[in-house]
Design a protein around this ligand. Structure first.
Ligand SMILES: C[S@@+](CC[C@H](N)C(=O)[O-])C[C@H]1O[C@@H](n2cnc3c(N)ncnc32)[C@H](O)[C@@H]1O
Length: 507
């Protein structure tokens, strides 16, 4: 629904007007110069042109060529000929909205979700799953070549098979790519006197009522429906952003894939949740597997659904889940990967590239609640994790205790400051794992990795552009990129996740 992946945006496939949200993105189509230019362009704003679609962009849009000019066209697919209306122009590219598909791709699908156009949480439901996996692999290969200046085996004119070329493996997809999300956050509002909840309509804060999200787990979907029904029955008022009146602002549901445990968090705009106890008791009675009902007070920070204050209304303050053989406690605030099936594949690739024998010291930079650290700890001598958010570090320490893991230590701080301090203290790493946010690694961290000279670097990335940029720095510092494993963590969306194995070259 609206908050999936924390992204907005709309997939536009008809000729109706649609703005293009999310401008100024760190797109990786290379050379997307953002400065408008007065030089004449081969296309004009408002003009409808015929475009040949040659690729897929980083937000799932078709990359088309019209009169030799590049246009990003939402809803168009590679291999298609389309008519598109130009909506915006930059120096080297432009944006256009799809008017008509003249020649459709064989991979084009009718999106199964009835609110796909309105919601914007998914960007690729109109593309067959196998083609999505291939496109995600291509995006990784393309970024490594174009931004990282790496030779990729089997790609491009100089592809060379040859020594030193990076192998980009096929994307690991899901057998059943639906209903994978273990967490959903649904905005709640009032319409015509009734409580509604589902997602924000594109480009607005208008809440569209919806009872189904095809990428949410059945348990989470069912739980949201039940909570909405109970709120209506009890007359709990939804928060109205225009008047500032009312209470219930979001319903957050987390589910444990392996354990079946469910947590419901009722997020209010102010400190009051009318009939809190009764509300919680009814939820506990009606939802199978519920182990925790919490009340969180939003502090209104943009982009954050929950505020810092959480109170348990019923049951525990946490639920449990497992990744591989490691158990994790998940509280209302804990960051936890949202696709549990693919997380095992992602961490499996990280484990493979780490090449552990049990004798290694591993550093896990950007460790979150210690998921990768603890996954690797059983196969390593020692693991050091560093993470910016102190609460996440406390969760990591608790999770280590929960699993009887005593060879992992965690420190709160900036990886780019903590690693140099560790180095000064004489800590040496055989393997350094990094899993940074979308902006990639801090330059100072990359310098420290080069200086620490681990035998292997494992880079887990959710952004192929910043990944490729950072790999270039590490390559120049004496490491070789051996292999890339894309993993589809978010089917039907444009997100591309990837694990890289690097080795130090001794010269
Ligand atoms: C993509 S998440 C990875 C979390 C974890 N590895 C996992 O798989 O669940 C990135 C993490 O980096 C943390 N972070 C952001 N900037 C950081 C910095 N400069 N130093 C250390 N951690 C940072 C964020 O708080 C977040 O937990």
């Amino acid at each position: 629904m609206a908050q999936r992946n924390g992204r907005g945006g709309r997939t536009q496939r008809s000729g109706t007007a649609a703005g293009r949200p999310g401008g100024g993105r760190g797109g990786a189509q290379g050379g997307r110069g953002e400065s408008p230019s007065s030089a004449p362009k081969p296309v004009a704003i408002g003009e409808t042109v015929t475009a040949e679609v040659i690729g897929i962009g980083h937000e799932g849009e078709g990359v088309g060529r019209a009169n030799g000019f590049t246009l990003f066209i939402r809803g168009a697919l590679p291999g298609e000929r389309v008519r598109a209306r130009v909506t915006g122009l930059k120096k080297q590219f432009g944006y256009a909205e799809l008017v008509e598909v003249l020649e459709a791709s064989a991979d084009r699908l009718v999106p199964p979700c009835p609110v796909y156009d309105e919601c914007g949480g998914c960007q690729l439901q109109h593309l067959g799953y196998e083609a999505q996996l291939a496109a995600k692999r291509r995006i990784v290969a393309d970024s490594l070549q174009r931004i990282g200046k790496l030779r990729v085996a089997g790609e491009g004119a100089d592809s060379a098979a040859g020594e030193g070329a990076v192998i980009v493996r096929p994307t690991i997809g899901m057998k059943d790519p639906w209903r994978y999300r273990n967490k959903i956050q649904v905005p709640i509002g009032e319409r015509e006197g009734g409580l509604v909840g589902g997602f924000y309509a594109a480009g607005s804060r208008r809440i569209v009522d919806a009872d189904r999200c095809l990428i949410a787990s059945e348990e989470a979907d069912d739980a949201v429906r039940v909570v909405k029904a109970i709120a209506r029955e009890l007359g709990v008022p939804a928060y109205d952003a225009d008047t500032g009146l009312g209470a219930l602002r979001h319903v957050v549901v987390k589910t444990g894939y392996r354990t079946g445990e469910t947590m419901v968090v009722l997020v209010t705009a102010g400190p009051e949740l009318p009939q809190a106890e009764r509300f919680a008791a009814k939820i506990a009675e009606a939802i199978p597997g519920v182990e925790s009902v919490c009340h969180n007070v939003s502090d209104g920070s943009p982009g954050a659904v929950m505020g810092p204050e959480t109170k348990v209304l019923w049951g525990r303050d946490r639920i449990y889940d497992a990744i591989g053989d490691v158990r994790f406690a998940i509280s209302a605030h804990s960051f936890y990967q949202v696709n549990p099936v693919q997380t095992e594949a992602l961490y499996g690739a990280a484990l493979e590239y780490a090449g552990l024998t049990g004798e290694e010291t591993v550093i896990d930079a950007y460790c979150g609640v210690g998921t990768i650290s603890l996954f690797l700890a059983r196969r390593a001598k020692r693991v050091y994790g560093v993470e910016l958010v102190p609460e996440a570090v406390r969760d990591a320490q608790r999770n280590a205790e929960l699993n009887g893991i005593d060879n992992a230590v965690f420190e709160a701080g900036r990886a780019e400051e903590v690693l140099p301090a560790w180095q000064e203290r004489g800590i040496r790493a055989d393997v350094i794992v990094v899993d940074p946010p979308r902006k990639g690694c801090d330059a100072a961290l990359l310098d420290t990795i080069v200086a620490m000279r681990p035998a292997r670097v494992v880079y887990v990335s959710c952004n192929p552009s910043t990944l490729a940029r950072d790999l270039r720095v590490l390559e120049d510092g004496g490491f070789r990129t051996v292999e890339a494993q894309p993993v589809d963590m978010f089917p039907w969306t444009a997100h591309v996740e990837c694990v890289i194995g690097m080795q130090r070259i001794d010269t």
